[in-house]
Design a protein around this ligand. Sequence first.
Ligand code: ADP
Length: 408
Amino acid sequence: MQVLVLNSGSSSIKYRLFDDGGEGSDGLILLARGLVERIGESSSTAAQTVVAADGTETEDVEDGIAIADHAEGFRWIVDRLESSGVADDLGAIGHRVVHGGEEFSAPTVIDEDVIARIEAQIPLAPLHNPANLTGIEVARQLRPELTNVAVFDTAFHATLPASAYRYAVPERLRAEQGVRRYGFHGTSHAYVARRAAAALGRTEEQCKLVTLHLGNGASAAAVDGGRSVETSMGLSPLEGLVMGTRSGDLDPAVIFHLIREAGMSAEEVERVLNRESGLLGLCGDNDLRTIEDRAAAGDEAAQLALDVYVHRIRKYLGAYAAVLGRLDAVVFTAGVGENSDTLRAAICADLDVLGVRLDAARNDGVRASKAPDGIAAVHADDSEVAVLVIATDEEHEIAEQTLAALEA
Ligand code: ADP
């Protein structure tokens, strides 16, 4: 059977098609991946890459086409998958859904009731859940014979203890407004934690890990025995680490100050903290490669942005080591974590207090996607804690969880 994984954003749909390999197979096989972008604009782009059994890739790009809405985007995807001959046994669609609130702690087969319960989470994720829901509705309308499964970014963190998920605010705000910490990037943290345990030659139960998902969005998680026990994102993906354009942690009083003293509306503050802050706010760029180049050329604002970014991560690393009580491995993943040897070196510098010692030569130039099996160990032989660089694969994890939900 084939599983289509859809990640529907406000103006884009990313997708991947996997085959479950049939009975006795040792894993999913990627058949195709693609992206429909700038949906609703006058000129949209759609691209699909088909991956042949021998690994050969064939790309097919359509630029400057008009894709008016998500329904047309979905139609493009299914038409293209079928006309290129790859989709011949489609059985299910796995949808990434950002916020499951307290309602969902596992992948869930979608029906009317589930849609209503995902809709009920919109106030918690007004920037993300509506687009995810549009993708679900379009898929159900256009291909009603397929089973749809929702896989939630929050679900892996459903194991957080109350001491970690409660904010110190009146209980009624949790009960009535859902004000608590949920955590995100769960499929990525779960995937790399499982792979890290395997790379260490242990079961997940035996491992205490800090996983660092450092992409445009960024979050850290403390994973104890395969369960998330602490994570840096909270009610929304705004809390925690410094990100491409999100501030991460700040004193909540900053918000009142901006509303009261700068006359900003709540919506303006929300936009500034989500879209104009983080690395972009500190130095005017949010792409880490550009910032590293600028810093290397002596640009002070770029260097400061990197310093703030690294400082915040190190602070979380120390805190999570204390939460776990012992540390077996630090795992780097996502765009920055997988690719930037300089950032990894800066984060791990002088961490003897945690027993973390990077090996400069092993770390140098390592890119997870180029490493065998997408994993590289970059710690020194005398490091008490392993440092692993692991290529994340959220779509693969969503496909796995979709199949698991079908079997349950
Ligand atoms: P998203 O959260 O959008 O999925 P990614 O995981 O793709 O983001 O990460 C994007 C970030 O990774 C960008 O800041 C980009 O600059 C950074 N990145 C990608 N490749 C490299 C590289 N070779 N060196 C440093 N940073 C990189």
